[in-house]
Structures are given as structure tokens and as C-alpha cells.
Design a protein around this ligand. Structure first.
Ligand SMILES: Cc1cc2nc3c(=O)[nH]c(=O)nc-3n(C[C@H](O)[C@H](O)[C@H](O)COP(=O)(O)OP(=O)(O)OC[C@H]3O[C@@H](n4cnc5c(N)ncnc54)[C@H](O)[C@@H]3O)c2cc1C
Length: 476
């Protein structure tokens, strides 16, 4: 119950921090209020590994984004067995008079270290992005941008951190923090009290509340809602790059987003809301997203949309807040992690470790750090030869549970064995239930497998934690 570092929040920031700290001889605990990691902001985003453009050269988030992008491309995706696709991004202009703005974005990106950008003309676009509409006149090509599955990124980071000795406690909401005499904190979560020398606050939308609880009410989080609309997989090849319009002051604009799982997405909107739980999509949001996407690609239609969601960016001013709080010695805040937080997370984690070291935490490397994580098999990503090889090795890979997304019984079992305890946890890890039928065909099969693997009655299984049970026990 006594730790060197407690991290609050198992989103991408907390998971990356846990993995980074698990390199060292430290006792590290991650406390997460939800039933599983990645159920906060990190589950509802575009999954873009941003290159770093569209951030002021003086910003912390700009530098951390460029470094996070490099780390994911050059090290992490391979080390953690993640499917990262470096598809590149295009920032499109509808008027050649806006070309100087593209040159400014390019110069600002270069100042941050973004490489190999160039402005491409309409002839290049016709050859490489044939579905673009006639309004698009030119674009800035940014080759280092890519796509990744945001949830699988978080699961891989936390799994690897746990393999290296970090502890994770889910359904453990931090309800109270008290300072200890002589330094450190008592942290009350899930009915227990833990002690720690240092506290890392990676609580996303609730980071302001956690910081205040620890004695540093130094900032406020304003949620900025982003609505996203997922298109059918039959539109998988609608775009070859992630396509952005020229950005506005508060947002990167409505994008056409390739995703690493195949379904393209359109969105997100960017509107401040006063409610940290407001995840509703709206008619206005849909209209805004469709209009924005269709201006760049007129063939996008409402009938292509198979699912939608909203995410809330945790905004605390213009930049990330990553600092030690002198008002609460031992507290390191990683707050206001809005976009591009998914990309920047690995670099944020290194920065957190540096701050902790400066505050007196000894960072002695472990004799053995397990850098590598074995890739999880996914039929939908496999070639026919790879699928045949998998099925020959284990026939359960040929037992298809989710027909929309081609997910086998073995993949569902693997997901549970890797930590999924809820239907959403299985969905985020495997894509089963994420297709056009939304689980209409596969939910009962998945519940049966979960029941077998977890050894729990079906009436205790939930969609996303207590209160979202699927099967009612009539005897109660
Ligand atoms: C619509 C949208 C699109 C985006 N697109 C991109 C993109 O394409 N690329 C990119 O780089 N970034 C993107 N982002 C930003 C990115 O998603 C976030 O920066 C990132 O996910 C933030 O991660 P986090 O770990 O800081 O927060 P979270 O993922 O929210 O994690 C915080 C965790 O803390 C837990 N928590 C809160 N309070 C407590 C408590 N009291 N006790 C215990 N646990 C607690 C929460 O349950 C949560 O799991 C997007 C964001 C949105 C909303």
C-alpha cells in the first residue's frame, strides 16, 4: 500500500507515464476510476499520430507532439506490436490566395522539427487523392503523420508497464488526497488508503479536481466537445491521407480521417461545453461535419455513416500544463492534455520522469526492462495466407464471432486474457460489435466466451462497468 509514485488516470497519459517509470527501480501504482483503462478521453478521439504542424513553435504541445510522433514511428509501434500506418496528412486550401498560410504552417512546423513537408498542386492531388472535390486547389503534404488505434495504444502501454512491475487498480476512483507529514500523500481510492511519495495527476477531464484535492487549485478544465462520425468499411479507400482544411484558431477543422482499423471517420467538431459528462452527438454537429467533409470530398454521404460518438478535449488554456506544483510538493500535473495528447503522450511521459527526478525521485534503471510486447493477432488485418496459418495453428481463429468486422472466438478470448472485463473492453481490443450491426449478432457469443474466461455469471457482465449489466437476474 506504499508507493514511490501513484499515477491517477489510466488514459494514454497515465499509461505512458506508467510504462516510462517502469524502467526504473520504483514502486508504481496506477489508479483508474473506470472498469478498464482507456475509457476516458483516450477512447473518443481521431487516432491520428499528428506530425506536429498547427501548433505555435513556442508551444510545449508542439515540441511534445513532434517528439511523441518520432517515438511512436521509430520505436514504440514496433516495440509494442502496434499497427501504425504512416499515411501522411494533407492540409487543403480552397483558394490559391491561401497558399501563404500553408507556407506559414510549413515554416512553423519546420521550426518545431517537422520534416519533409511540401506544397502539392492540383495535378499531384488528382494523381494521389482522386476523390477530392474540385474546390480543393492545393495542399501541404506532411508525410510524418499517421494513424493508430487509440485504445490499443493505451492497452499496450499499460500491459507493458504491468509486465515491468507497475500495478494497475481499476474501479478505483480517487475520492480524497491528504498531505503526509514529512512529505508525500495519502490517497483514498476504492475504499482503501494508499501512501505515496509522489503523485502524478493524469486525470484528463477531472485533472483540475484532483489537483485541487491535492492542495493546488491552480487551473480549471473546460471540456471542448468533438463529434465524430464513422463511415462504413466499404468507404475504406475514400482517402489515402488524413485530409485537413486550413485550421481555425480553436480547431484543426473538420477532417477526413483514415483509421488504422479501416472505417474512415469524419469530424471532429470543436465547441466548448460546461458539462464534463456531455457526450451527446447533435443534429447541428452532424450537419457541420457533413458540410465540412463534403466540401473536401463531395462523395461522402449521410448514408455512409454507421456510428457516431463525441469526445471531450480537456482544455486548460492554450497549452498543456506539465509541471511540479510548489503549492503541493510531490504533485506533478499532466493536465489540459487536449489534442495532440494521444501523439504527445510518450514524450509527456519522459517529461514527467524528468520532473520527478528533479524533485528528488531517484531514477535507477532496472537490470531488465521488457521493452517488447508481443503483437496481438487480428484476422481483419491479416492477409489470406496469414489467416490460414493462424487457423491451422489454432482452429478457434476460424470460428467467426463478429461477421461485420471479422473477429474470431480466439481473438475475443485473447482480449479477455489481456485484461478485458467488459463488452466495451472486448470491442476496443478486437472491434467485435463495432460494425454495422452494432453487436446485434455477436453480443451473446461474446458474453458466453467472457463468462467462460472470467468464470463469472452472465448477469454480472457489463457493457462498461457497474450499472450497465446486459442480462437481468429475474430471481433477484
Ligand atoms: C474528439 C477528439 C479527437 C481527438 N483526436 C486526437 C488525435 O487524433 N490525435 C491526438 O494526438 N490527440 C487527439 N485528441 C486528444 C487526445 O484524445 C487526448 O489528449 C488524450 O486522450 C488525453 O489522454 P489523458 O490520458 O490525458 O486523459 P483520459 O484519457 O481522459 O484519461 C484520464 C483518466 O483519468 C481517470 N480519472 C478521472 N478522475 C479520476 C479519479 N478521481 N480517480 C481515478 N481515475 C480518474 C479517467 O477515468 C480517465 O480514464 C482528441 C480528443 C478529442 C476529444
Amino acid at each position: 500500500m506504499s508507493y514511490d509514485v501513484i499515477i491517477i488516470g489510466a488514459g494514454v497519459t497515465g499509461a505512458a507515464a506508467a510504462r516510462e517509470l517502469s524502467r526504473y527501480r520504483l514502486k508504481v501504482l496506477v489508479l483508474e476510476k473506470e472498469a478498464e483503462p482507456a475509457f476516458g478521453v483516450s477512447k473518443s478521439n481521431s487516432g491520428i499520430v499528428h506530425a506536429g504542424t498547427q501548433n505555435p513553435p513556442s508551444s510545449l504541445k508542439g515540441w511534445l507532439c513532434v517528439e511523441g510522433n518520432r517515438m511512436i514511428r521509430e520505436e514504440l509501434a514496433a516495440d509494442l506490436g502496434l499497427h501504425f500506418v504512416q499515411c501522411g496528412q494533407l492540409i487543403a486550401v480552397f483558394d490559391l490566395a491561401d497558399l501563404p498560410e500553408l507556407e506559414t504552417i510549413k515554416a512553423e512546423g519546420e521550426a518545431l522539427g517537422v520534416k519533409d513537408m511540401r506544397v502539392v498542386d492540383r495535378a499531384w492531388l488528382d494523381a494521389n487523392e482522386p476523390n477530392l472535390g474540385p474546390e480543393v486547389k492545393a495542399a501541404l503534404l506532411v508525410p510524418t503523420a499517421g494513424i493508430i488505434s487509440p485504445y490499443r495504444f493505451v492497452y499496450a502501454l499499460i500491459e507493458n508497464a504491468v509486465k515491468n512491475g507497475a500495478e494497475l487498480k481499476t474501479s478505483a476512483k480517487v475520492a480524497g488526497i491528504r498531505r503526509r507529514e514529512g512529505g508525500g500523500f495519502y490517497v483514498e481510492a476504492g475504499g482503501r488508503v494508499y501512501t505515496t511519495k509522489f503523485l502524478v495527476n493524469a486525470a484528463g477531464l477531472r485533472a483540475d479536481e484532483i489537483s485541487a484535492m491535492a492542495g493546488a487549485p491552480t487551473f480549471t478544465i473546460t471540456p471542448r466537445k468533438g463529434e465524430e462520425y464513422l463511415l462504413d468499411k466499404k468507404r475504406e479507400h475514400i482517402a489515402n491521407h488524413i485530409i485537413f482544411p486550413l485550421p481555425s484558431k480553436t480547431s484543426k477543422g473538420i477532417l477526413i480521417i483514415k483509421t488504422s482499423d479501416g472505417n474512415p471517420m469524419i469530424g471532429p467538431t470543436a465547441h466548448d461545453t460546461g458539462d464534463k459528462d456531455d457526450l451527446a452527438t447533435t443534429e447541428e454537429g452532424l450537419a457541420e461535419v457533413l458540410a465540412g467533409a463534403r466540401r473536401m470530398m463531395p462523395s461522402v454521404s449521410k448514408g455512409d455513416i454507421i456510428a457516431y460518438f463525441a469526445g471531450l478535449r480537456p482544455v486548460a488554456g492554450k497549452d498543456f500544463i506539465i509541471r511540479h506544483e510548489s503549492a503541493a510538493p510531490g504533485l506533478v500535473n499532466a493536465a489540459g492534455i487536449q489534442s495532440p495528447g494521444l501523439t504527445a503522450a510518450p514524450a509527456i511521459a519522459v517529461m514527467i520522469a524528468d520532473i520527478l527526478k528533479k524533485q528528488g525521485l531517484p531514477l535507477e534503471p532496472k537490470d531488465q526492462f521488457h521493452r517488447l510486447r508481443q503483437r496481438t493477432e487480428h484476422l481483419f488485418m491479416s492477409s489470406p495466407e496469414e489467416a490460414r496459418r493462424l487457423i491451422a495453428k489454432n482452429p478457434a481463429y476460424g470460428d467467426i464471432v463478429c461477421r461485420c468486422e471479422l473477429v474470431s472466438a480466439q481473438e475475443v478470448r485473447d482480449a479477455v486474457r489481456h485484461g478485458a472485463t467488459t463488452l466495451d473492453g472486448v470491442k476496443f481490443r478486437t472491434r467485435a460489435q463495432a460494425g454495422r450491426c452494432h453487436g446485434g449478432f455477436c453480443t451473446t457469443r461474446i458474453l458466453k466466451i467472457m463468462q467462460e474466461e472470467l468464470g463469472r455469471p452472465v448477469t454480472e457482465l457489463t457493457k462498461r462497468g457497474p450499472g450497465s449489466e446486459i442480462v437481468k437476474d429475474e430471481r433477484k
